[in-house]
Design a protein around this ligand. Structure first.
Ligand code: BDR
Ligand code: CA
Length: 317
């Protein structure tokens, strides 16, 4: 069976690292590239972190440096209280010896979709600026992409940066609104489902025991992330936001969906809110509103327990 070809647009980020290592270890996924953007960290740090994740896993994937600020609004400070100053909690990340691709993230997205018509799944787990810039650069990609899966938004639940807004949408609401206005097939994996999917410290210890290099790295990085969840949510666990989006690609049956056109509030107190739009015609988005959280968690752990084995096999090739 041919593998699902995906580009992950990312701001790594602790749960981004979980999603990326999950995708690298998954036998049915081929990660073609990582495109980077601001959000959890500045874009320069996101690019360095993406290169480090590729090297850690001995994976072959391009990294393309993306937008450094939102389309219209000013840049918010990085979410260092969630992901640490450098993105991976207290785990230091050395500079990579590998250079990123010479193209911008938006150009890389357009080129890759155009060279593989009908094959590329674009998985965005960060603010949507690169996707909006790719649409502006080549609007024809809407007909050539296979699917767009986005971690973002809060539809029937409260936000996580304000009562109304989820972080990825809030960081660049104008970009998100352009992405929802485009006529391409989108699945939205928002807080309605990602906050239902959780792993606790014992889960990450088990990953470290099974896969000391990659599981060990995630186990160390996640300490900071779990501390944030303890303080903010009174949880001795963390949400699997970004991994849930990757799992919605390979295992869509683990989620229930509703078709709805969406718009994003771009100004005012509710900036960043994702709302159902009824008055105008926009292509409907598949909005995930329910999840089999036990199966998603089990899949997450079972794939990542093999991460070091998958890496060793790649090194031997
Ligand atoms: C999203 O915001 C970031 O902090 C996470 O990496 C995730 O993509 C959750 O709201
Ligand atoms: Ca992210």
């Amino acid at each position: 069976m041919s593998k699902r070809k995906i580009i992950i647009d990312t701001d790594p980020g602790i749960d981004d690292a979980m999603a990326i290592h999950f995708a690298f270890a998954h036998p049915e996924i081929e990660v073609i590239g990582l495109t980077t953007v601001f959000g959890n960290v500045h874009t320069g740090t996101a690019t360095r972190n993406a290169l480090a994740l590729v090297e850690m896993a001995a994976y072959t994937a391009d990294v393309a440096h993306g937008a450094e600020s939102p389309l219209v609004r000013s840049l918010n400070p990085p979410a260092d209280y969630v992901h640490g100053a450098e993105g991976f909690g207290d785990v230091p990340i050395p500079d990579s010896e590998t250079e990123p691709d010479s193209r911008s993230a938006a150009t890389f997205i357009c080129d890759t979709i155009n060279q593989n018509p009908g094959e590329i799944t674009l998985c965005a787990v960060a603010p949507l600026t690169n996707l909006a810039l790719a649409l502006r650069e080549d609007p024809g990609i809407v007909d050539r992409v296979r699917e767009v899966v986005i971690m973002g938004g809060a539809i029937d639940t409260r936000g996580n940066v304000s009562e109304w807004a989820e972080a990825n949408i809030w960081c660049d609401p104008h970009a998100a609104d352009e992405v929802f206005a485009a006529s391409w097939p989108i699945t939205l994996v928002g807080l309605d489902v990602t906050q239902q999917v959780r792993c606790d410290p014992a889960d990450f210890h088990s990953l470290a025991a099974a896969s000391p290099i990659i599981g060990g790295f995630l186990n160390k990085a996640v300490q900071f992330y779990v501390d944030f969840h303890r303080q903010r949510h009174d949880l001795d666990a963390c949400f699997l936001h970004d991994p849930s989006a990757v799992i919605a690609i390979t295992d869509p049956a683990m989620f229930t969906r509703e078709a709805a056109s969406l718009r994003v509030v771009c100004e005012g107190a509710r900036v960043g809110q994702t709302v159902r739009r009824t008055s105008e015609s926009r292509r409907a988005v598949d909005v995930c509103l329910g999840v089999d959280q036990d199966r998603v968690r089990e899949l997450f752990l079972s794939v990542l327990k093999n991460a070091d084995t998958a890496m060793a096999e790649r090194k031997n090739i």
